[in-house]
Each structure stands twice: as structure tokens, then as C-alpha cells.
Design a protein around this ligand. Structure first.
Ligand SMILES: Cc1ncc(COP(=O)(O)O)c(C=O)c1O
Length: 397
């Protein structure tokens, strides 16, 4: 006998940010489409992956400890990898404790797990506007309310943040302090201190998502991590990733959290996937112990600077008069705004027909989007291809 009850979609389908998730999917598809020069996804330059070094590390791990590397392992992650990440953070002035690190399946999993632990349905999380689309997806998945806070070319505006805290009574603030995705800005030290003070004064959690700190290519000194300010040591979670340093396909990220959050996240991760891949973690730990990551990153940063310069040099001719764009000091993205009246989402099919792709800015906004904005990733293509792409872009206008 068949039931007469209609099929009700599961609640997750109803609440998933369908529009925003399609941006990520579209970027992945466009990046793999032959003939299209894609500036859409934040894909690290594949020719710069240290394939040989990583192959040697996988080889070593499988040869010397293969049975352990192929077995289930601890949810918190490989102790050697946690120690290597803590040591790297310490060398950069952040007092990390390996026992407060959880290795995650990409930083993205860290964001999802944190959303689940820090936010309940209806809870408010303040976000930079615009912000990283997939963080918004993680917040939407737990039915939290993302409230936008104004940004300028240096990042979140402290007065706007203070107003939003008073008005919205948020549980947390999420921000990307270095070379932000999508806008590319980097928060100055004074604003970092102000964010920490406000969070401490109002009892907010800080989720500091920092995958790009090590991709600075303008030579300026590293800025302090917000999570390192003593006022917020018990209420700030630093989220990081090996995606942009080693290879995103390994799906290795991490978070450093105060003890209660660390415990809660580890429990949630156990339910989600038990642990991140044992063999990938072991290979990464061996790689970090035996290779000079700093030397590798020097090469990567140099290449990214050249690519950023090639894109910046082509933008004046490619975009219509009256456009303006960011001048990144690192990271992966240039954020541009065309003159009023342009709609970059409507223009995208024309761009793709011309053989070039970008990401329209609208999905990165919470609330009213600015349709004239777009994000260009400069890291995936070599300078000659970037010049070709800029020439193709110019045919749109
Ligand atoms: C700001 C930000 N956070 C997190 C991530 C996720 O990175 P992962 O590959 O480590 O999951 C990205 C990826 O582009 C990102 O831009």
C-alpha cells in the first residue's frame, strides 16, 4: 500500500543557501571548462605544488609506518602534525598549544563545526560585508542569523562593529583579517586590538579565519593574530589551513580553540567524520619535518606577486572608465567595482562567451548586494594567460 502523504523536502534543503552554494559550484565548473580562462575560483597554482616533495613524504609514511598510516586515528589529529602547526604559529608570535588544536578536513570543516558549537538556531553572528560565501553557508546550515557589518578598504569598521554589537546582541563575530575573501583587505593592528576589546567587553566569541596570513607578498611585517590578544584568549578561535600552503586536495585544516570549545569541536568532529585522513596527516607532518616550507612559500609568494601585478596592469584597459579595484598586498583576490548601473552577474554569460570568467560580487553580501562588484582570483593563471584574460574581459565593455 502506498502512502498518500506527499514528499516533504528535508529541512536542510529548504534552508540551504541555494544561491550562494551555486556560486561555489559554478566556480568549480568554470575552472575546469576547456577554453575558459577562469579567474573565478581561489585555486592555488597547480604547477607550484611540491608534487615531488609530497610524493616522497607519502612514500616514506607508507614505507615506514604504512599500517599505522592506513588505520583509524585520533579525532583531534596526528600529534606530530599538531605539534608542527603549533611550532609554526609560535615562530610567528602566536603562543599555540598543540593540545588545543584540532586537525580538520579543510578549514571549511572547522567553520562548520564551530557554527554548530557556538551558534544555535536564531543566534546572531556578525560578519564583514562582503564576506566568504561558504562561511555564510555554514552559519545558514545551523539556522544562525548572519548580520552584516560595514567594511572599508582596511576591513571591518570598528564604529559599525560597536553599533552592531549594541543593537544585535550577537553570540559571535566571524572575520578574515588577512587578505580577506573576497575583498582582499587586511585589518590594521589598531583595529585588531579594538575587535578584541569589544569582544571581551561584550562576551562574544571570535572566529578568526586566517588561511592567507602566510601569503603576504609586499614585504610588510606580519600583523598580530587577534586570537593572540590576552583579552580574548578564552573566547577566540583561530582557524587555519594547509590548502594554500601545501595543496587543497589534501583537505587539511586546523583550528586552535580554548579548552571547552576544543572539547566540543572534537566531539562534533567524531560524529561528522571520526577524524581527517590518517595518511594525509602523516604525510603532511613528515613533509613539514623534512622540507623547508618557508623556501617553498617564498617561491609561491613571488609568483603570486607577479600574477597580481599582471592583473593590476591589465585592469585599467579591461574595465570601464570609473571602475576601481583593490591593490592586494597578498592573498589571492582582487575586488573590483564597476560604475553604477553595471550588473556583473548579468554580464557573466557574455564574459564566458568571450572565454573569461570571474565571480560576481553579489553572493558575498549579506542583505542588499552591490551588483556592480566582482572578484578576480589572480593566482591560478600565469602572467601571459592573465594578460589574455584581461584582453578578453575588455571586449565586454
Ligand atoms: C576565507 C576562507 N576560509 C576558509 C576556506 C576553506 O579552505 P579549506 O580549503 O582549508 O577548506 C577558504 C577557501 O578558499 C577561504 O577563502
Amino acid at each position: 500500500m502506498t502512502s498518500s502523504v506527499g514528499i516533504v523536502p528535508p529541512p536542510a534543503l529548504a534552508r540551504a543557501g541555494q544561491e550562494t552554494s551555486s556560486v561555489v559550484r559554478d566556480s568549480l565548473i568554470l575552472a575546469a571548462t576547456p577554453g575558459i580562462l577562469s579567474f573565478s575560483g581561489g585555486f592555488p597554482a597547480p604547477e607550484l605544488f611540491d608534487v615531488e616533495g609530497l610524493r616522497a613524504s607519502y612514500d616514506h609514511v607508507l614505507r615506514t609506518a604504512g599500517r599505522r598510516a592506513l588505520q583509524y586515528s585520533a579525532t583531534e589529529g596526528d600529534p606530530d602534525l599538531r605539534a608542527a602547526i603549533a611550532a609554526r604559529l609560535a615562530s610567528q608570535g602566536f603562543a599555540a598549544d598543540p593540545d588545543r588544536i584540532v586537525i580538520t578536513t579543510g578549514a571549511q570543516q572547522g567553520l562548520s563545526l564551530l557554527a554548530g558549537e557556538l551558534l544555535g538556531p536564531g543566534d546572531t553572528v556578525l560578519v564583514e560585508n562582503p564576506t566568504y560565501v561558504s562561511a555564510l553557508q555554514s552559519f545558514a546550515a545551523v539556522r544562525a542569523r548572519a548580520v552584516p557589518v560595514a567594511t572599508d578598504e582596511q576591513g571591518i569598521v570598528v564604529e559599525a562593529l560597536a553599533d552592531a554589537i549594541r543593537r544585535e546582541r550577537p553570540a559571535a563575530i566571524y572575520l578574515v583579517p588577512n587578505f580577506q575573501n573576497p575583498a582582499g583587505h587586511t585589518l590594521p593592528a589598531a583595529r585588531r586590538a579594538a575587535v578584541a576589546e569589544l569582544a571581551a567587553a561584550h562576551g562574544l566569541w571570535i572566529v578568526e579565519d586566517d588561511p592567507y596570513a602566510e601569503l603576504r607578498f609586499d614585504g610588510a611585517p606580519r600583523l598580530p593574530r587577534i586570537s593572540g590578544y590576552p583579552a580574548v584568549h578564552d573566547r577566540s578561535i583561530l582557524v587555519g589551513s594547509l590548502s594554500k600552503l601545501l595543496a587543497p586536495g589534501m583537505r587539511l585544516g586546523w583550528l586552535h580553540a580554548p579548552a571547552p570549545v576544543h572539547r566540543a569541536v572534537a566531539l562534533a568532529k567524531q560524529a561528522a567524520d571520526m577524524h581527517s585522513s590518517t595518511v594525509d596527516q602523516a604525510a603532511a607532518a613528515h613533509y613539514l619535518a623534512t622540507h623547508d616550507l618557508d623556501a617553498h612559500l617564498t617561491t609561491v609568494r613571488h609568483a603570486y606577486r607577479e600574477r597580481a601585478e599582471a592583473m593590476l596592469a591589465g585592469l585599467a584597459a579591461a574595465l570601464p572608465e570609473g571602475s576601481h579595484w583593490s591593490h592586494p598586498a597578498g592573498g589571492m583576490f582582487i575586488w573590483a567595482r564597476l560604475p553604477d548601473g553595471h550588473d556583473t552577474a548579468a554580464l557573466l554569460p557574455k564574459a564566458v562567451a568571450a572565454g573569461v570568467a570571474y565571480v560576481p560580487g553579489a553572493p558575498f553580501y549579506v542583505g542588499t548586494p552591490d551588483p556592480a562588484t566582482l572578484r578576480l582570483s589572480f593566482i591560478t593563471n600565469q602572467p601571459s594567460a592573465i594578460r589574455t584574460g584581461m584582453a578578453r574581459l575588455s571586449t565586454l565593455f
